[in-house]
Design a binder for this molecule. Structure first.
Ligand code: XMP
Length: 333
């Protein structure tokens, strides 16, 4: 497809000046493409959709309608952050949909990881479709497609088999009859981050670690329950806080907590205390095909363990996964 191939002459965006030149050019092109029409964007809060949103807001302001679907599987504070940055900070035309009950309802008693991914992906499309139908006069759909996505779809078209279906909840209805606006489709991830910084997005958004589309849904192992999901979200927030405090956050590629559907016997206040384990995973990789584990200092592990077991209801042990990929995949499901 024309326009989907990065020209060899295209300079790599490595600094603010180059990013600003890119932004100026994109603003012009977006205005030319869109005119006075409205554009719709599914804003997950991930790096790519956030950069596209900020770029489009600069180009066409409130002609951009952002829809943020909270599927109830976001990390602690994430949806609130999207609202803060975009609605309060950038005056975005933002529709916030709390679809927690819908997603968790559909996921009740579903154990199989691929089934969970399918349900989350399909429900996202349903919710997004419904929101789009409520809006008038939308002519364009913006997407945070980046160059590796284009390269990946070429590989898939060549029939390479994937280990997991890797549902990305940004995946949108195929039958939507709208023209696409994809302003960062020729950029690599590091370039998207440089552009994001030049657009003034907060560092924690621009350097956010990768987070799977199905979110905490594939880290609350087996059939998701609200109490275990809550424990996972709180434990994960503690891990992230301690990584920030100890300078690990920008050093480690991906780090998170997993909570399996398994209880063990423990003791608290001199009484028997059955609880789930929180499993810590911290990995480094360049392409996510293989990964090594980060050697978290014991002092940090002790602190995280003390905090999780005392602050999070329902968790009585902390385990540390030291399995590289292979044989472990990065996520557990
Ligand atoms: P695995 O677990 O396959 O993960 O070693 C490799 C990378 O992909 C992410 N991942 C996903 N991303 N939808 C996504 O958008 C998914 O369903 C999904 N599953 C895994 C994972 O977090 C890691 O960065």
């Amino acid at each position: 497809m024309t326009g989907n191939i990065r020209p060899e002459t295209m300079e790599r965006i490595t600094n603010k000046t180059l990013a600003e030149a890119f932004i100026t050019k994109q603003i012009e092109e977006i205005r030319e493409q869109v005119g006075d029409k409205k554009v719709l964007l599914a804003l997950s809060g991930g790096v790519d959709s956030s950069v596209v949103a900020a770029l489009l807001i600069k180009a066409i302001g409130r002609q951009l309608v952002c829809v943020h679907v909270n599927h109830g599987l976001m990390r602690k504070g994430e949806s609130e952050n999207v609202i803060e940055v975009f609605r309060n900070g950038l005056d975005a035309n933002l529709v916030y949909v709390d679809a927690t009950d819908r997603f968790l309802g559909k996921l009740e008693n579903v154990f199989d990881p691929e089934q969970k991914r399918k349900i989350i992906g399909a429900e996202f499309i349903n919710v997004f479709d419904e929101e789009a139908a409520k809006l008038d006069g939308i002519s364009f759909l913006a997407q945070g497609t980046i160059y590796p996505d284009i390269l990946e779809s070429v590989k898939q078209a060549e029939g390479k088999k994937a280990v997991k279906s890797h549902h990305n909840v940004g995946g949108l209805p195929e039958d939507m009859e709208m023209q696409l606006v994809e302003p960062i489709k020729l950029l690599f991830k590091d370039e998207v981050r440089v552009v994001g910084e030049a657009l003034g997005l907060p560092r924690n958004m621009v350097y956010r670690q990768p987070f799977p589309g199905p979110g905490l849904g594939v880290r609350c192992l087996g059939a998701i329950t609200r109490d275990r999901l809550h424990a996972l979200r709180e434990a994960d927030a503690i891990l992230r806080e301690e990584f920030d405090l100890n300078g690990l956050a920008e050093k480690v590629w991906q780090y998170f907590v997993v909570v399996p559907d398994m209880k063990s016997v423990g003791v608290k206040d001199d009484s028997r205390y059955e609880g789930w384990p929180a499993i810590i995973r911290a990995v480094n990789t360049t392409d996510a095909m293989t990964a090594t584990i980060e050697e978290i200092p014991y002092s940090v592990l002790h602190k995280v363990t003390a905090r999780i077991t005392s602050e999070v209801d329902g968790i009585n042990r902390v385990l540390y996964d030291i399995t590289p990929k292979p044989t472990g995949t990065i996520e557990f499901e």
